[in-house]
Design a protein around this ligand. Structure first.
Ligand code: NAI
Ligand code: AKG
Length: 380
């Protein structure tokens, strides 16, 4: 076969070119269960790769690959920022979480994780729950965020939501001169595992909310809670959330929400949320800064889940996790101060902070194999 492609076209289509920043990408196909998954390992320089597994009905394999590559690279930075000895990895399962899940599918996925021999640990992300991974756990020990009934640390969205709240407090401190949550209006996008917990906590603290989610039941639940405690919760349809006049936009659904179109619409003073890869492109951080909107780097703010699942490998301990998650507040203040003093965007300051840490910490930067450093007594 002789297909003529321009140099640029063939480079962009070349899988090896696309994964040039990554160590390893694994394509997983199990026709019997319908499993189509991609595991991307960005770096094992500081330890085995760790990252959740997302389930989403990607329109194309290319879209799924791009998500896995970007998310796994983000995990390397998140591990560095949160100061845990893991590297960056992430998995995506192509499928609709409402229709395509089965115990067998997650067992098949677990077998692929097992085949990596300890180079990759995974657990929940958007579209997956700890219960899904109970099935994968039958095939591999490299599962984190395991339900408490199975000896794990449970739902990692609990510390993630706590970390987002610390992130909002640190940002309020810098933007409004007080870390208090009350008396402010927040526009929360996504009321799933993380977003709902953040929304409820903000309400309990005396905040007013605008909320949106495709899942009407989730919206109704938060509205009902607001009524119960006498707080204002206004549901908003879809993209209207970007046009709301509020103090803080709290994206807790999906990535790419900060882009040319939404920045033109945003009427908030700050953006702080759990969604991974909020910036469609790094240049959008500059655009936010020019518009006077403070951006809390996503991977600093949403590290609570990572902190818990990394910690779980030493044996579950909620107090330890909470105290480590609190550090998100201080780390964010360090990043804001660096960005201010160096005239950088907050994401530039965060990346620089992590890259300096990587330089200091990496030893020989060779491939990790768990046999070399059997640190996790719990599962090995
Ligand atoms: N679960 C965790 O501990 C962590 C989650 N994250 C990130 O936080 C985000 C949320 O994660 P989870 O709460 O775990 O996911 P989830 O799947 O439980 O919730 C996502 C919610 O967003 C809603 N949603 C989807 N599309 C929407 C749209 N167009 N408009 C409004 N709402 C929409 C869904 O209906 C769902 O309720 C994701 O980006 C995830 O990668 C990051 C770190 C840890
Ligand atoms: O939260 C988890 O369960 C794992 C960490 C992760 O995948 C993430 O922070 O995006």
């Amino acid at each position: 076969m002789n297909i003529m492609l321009s140099a640029n076209e063939s480079q962009t289509l070349d899988l090896f070119f696309q994964m040039r920043e990554h160590e390893q990408v694994v394509f997983c196909l199990d026709e019997a269960t319908g499993l189509r998954a991609i595991i991307a390992i960005h770096s094992t320089a500081l330890g085995p790769a760790l990252g959740g597994c997302r389930m989403y009905p990607y329109a194309t394999t290319e879209e799924a690959l791009a998500d896995a590559l970007r998310l796994s690279k983000g995990m390397t930075y998140k591990c560095l920022a949160a100061d845990v000895d893991f590297g960056g990895g992430k998995a995506v399962i192509i499928g609709d979480p409402r229709k395509d899940k089965s115990p067998e599918l997650f067992r098949a996925f677990g077998q692929f994780v097992a085949s990596l021999g300890g180079r990759f640990y995974t657990g929940t992300d958007m579209g997956t729950t700890p219960d899904d991974f109970v099935h994968a756990l039958k095939e591999t020990n490299c599962i984190v965020g395991v339900p408490e009934a199975y000896g794990g640390s449970g739902d990692s969205s609990v510390p993630t939501a706590a970390g987002v709240v610390y992130g909002i407090q640190a940002t309020n401190d810098v933007v409004f001169g007080s870390k208090h949550l009350h008396g402010k209006t927040y526009a929360v996008q996504g009321l799933g595992k993380v977003g709902k917990k953040v929304a409820l906590r903000l309400l309990e603290e005396g905040a007013d909310l605008y909320v949106c989610d495709l899942n009407e039941a989730a919206v109704e639940e938060v509205v009902a809670y607001g009524k119960q405690i006498g707080a204002s919760v206004k549901p908003v349809n879809g993209t209207d959330i970007y046009r709301i006049e509020a103090d803080v936009f709290v994206p807790c659904a999906f990535g790419g929400v900060i882009n040319d179109e939404t920045i033109a619409e945003l009427r908030v003073k700050a953006v702080v949320g759990s969604a991974n890869n909020q910036l469609a492109d790094k240049r959008h951080a500059r655009m936010l800064k020019e518009k006077g909107i403070v951006y809390a780097p996503d991977y600093i703010v949403n590290a609570g889940g990572l902190i818990q699942v990394a910690d779980e490998l030493y044996g579950a301990n909620k107090e330890r996790v909470l105290s480590k998650t609190k550090a998100i507040y201080d780390t964010l203040l360090v990043i804001y101060a660096r960005a201010e003093s160096e005239g950088m965007t907050t994401i530039e300051a965060a990346d620089q902070f992590c890259e300096e840490r990587l330089e200091k910490r990496k030893r020989r930067n060779h491939f990790f194999t768990h046999q070399k450093r059997p640190k996790w007594v719990v599962r090995h």
